[in-house]
Design a protein around this ligand. Structure first.
Ligand SMILES: [Zn+2]
Ligand SMILES: [Zn+2]
Length: 345
């Protein structure tokens, strides 16, 4: 019912694509991350709570929305969105055709996140799951423990007069951190300019977060010594960082679970805070769907597919996609680290 095509996942009976990476007639989109919501399609359909961020990401696009749980007919199939717990408005796509049900997970997580509706398992025959962190080494601590660690690191830096620069994804992770710090921020939080519009979209959507101000051009050195600064990894190794000469730098990502990665990328600290499911919750989710067939997209798809067929006896397969997730962030980090050595002029 849903198959890979050169533009992305394609549902022939419905005549639409899901998260296409090339422009198509009709795109059904799980969430607003750029590898899932790419520009140029004629029409978009996403979950209603995703509208604010989708509009910032794709200002030219014709966007239709549907509340979570409501269904609509497209071609010969029935389509509905169900919360994925990944970022604001993120959804699993349920597609039903003559009694057969497929669910495309998009990106998802099971950990608590104050910025979005929690994941809801959906029963299906075939489940298409992401596997960004589909290896047993990836298990997450409770988010509140990680946030405590971030707060303590920030406090420690303040005591020594160093600004704290926390690199994180501009959409989802930054706002989640701001929301978690809402009742604990006792010094200023500043944002890199690239994060402001999306953070405003979250505030407009009613997500409660700690106050945070855009860093102005003139702000540098001492003026930021007490601050927590949230910035995208792409800012690393650019002239923008010169305003923060003695900052402690950290990265908030599931990738930080692996010590070697942290050392190799020369972060002072790593916080394993992820918007993707860890290994145990991925397995639990697959079981909860009741699916007898599981198709695996980006990340460690081969490893997860093999594990499921060998230990659970499920019918499995992998689907090649161009979704990157936090793996893409690491590539970004590697590029930035290279430019640390040879600064671009
Ligand atoms: Zn995503
Ligand atoms: Zn993804």
């Amino acid at each position: 019912m849903i198959a890979e095509s050169s533009s992305g996942l394609y549902c022939e009976a419905g005549g639409f694509h899901i998260d296409p990476w090339l422009p198509v007639e009709r795109a059904v989109v799980t969430h607003a991350h750029s590898d899932h919501a790419s520009p140029g399609s004629r029409r978009y359909l996403c979950a209603e709570p995703a509208r604010a961020v989708m509009e910032r990401r794709l200002p030219e696009a014709a966007i239709d929305t549907l509340p979570y749980g409501a269904s609509t007919r497209i071609g010969d199939v029935t389509v509905s969105f169900h919360p994925a717990g990944h970022i604001l408005g993120s959804a699993q796509v349920r597609v039903e055709h003559r009694g057969e049900v497929w669910v495309v997970s998009g990106d998802y997580k099971r950990a608590a996140d104050p910025t979005c509706t929690p994941f809801e398992p959906v029963r299906c025959h075939t489940f298409i799951t992401e596997a960004t962190f589909g290896l047993p080494i990836y298990t997450w601590d409770a988010p509140l423990t990680v946030v405590d660690d971030i707060a303590a690191w920030w406090r420690g830096n303040r005591a020594e007069g160093h600004p704290s620069v926390l690199f994180c994804y501009v959409l989802g992770k930054a706002q989640r951190i701001l929301a978690e710090l809402r009742d604990r921020a006792d010094a200023p939080i500043h944002l890199h300019g690239a994060m402001c519009a999306l953070t405003d979209a979250y505030r407009d959507a009613g997500v409660a977060m700690a106050p945070a101000e855009r860093i102005s051009e003139s702000m540098r050195g001492k003026a930021l010594a007490q601050s927590l600064v949230l910035a995208p990894l792409s800012a690393r190794g650019t002239v923008w960082m010169r305003r923060l000469p003695n900052a402690s730098v950290a990265f908030a990502s599931g990738l930080m679970r692996v010590r070697g990665v942290r050392r190799q990328r020369a972060f002072d600290r790593g916080f394993a805070l992820s918007d993707h499911a860890d290994w145990p919750s991925m397995l639990a989710t697959i079981e909860e769907t009741g699916a007898s067939r599981v198709l695996v997209t980006h990340g460690w798809s081969d490893a997860l597919a093999r594990y499921l067929s060998e230990t659970r006896g499920l019918e499995t397969g992998t689907i090649r996609t161009q979704y990157e997730g936090e793996i893409g962030e690491l590539r970004e980090a590697a590029d930035a680290a290279a430019s640390d050595v040879e600064p671009r002029t």
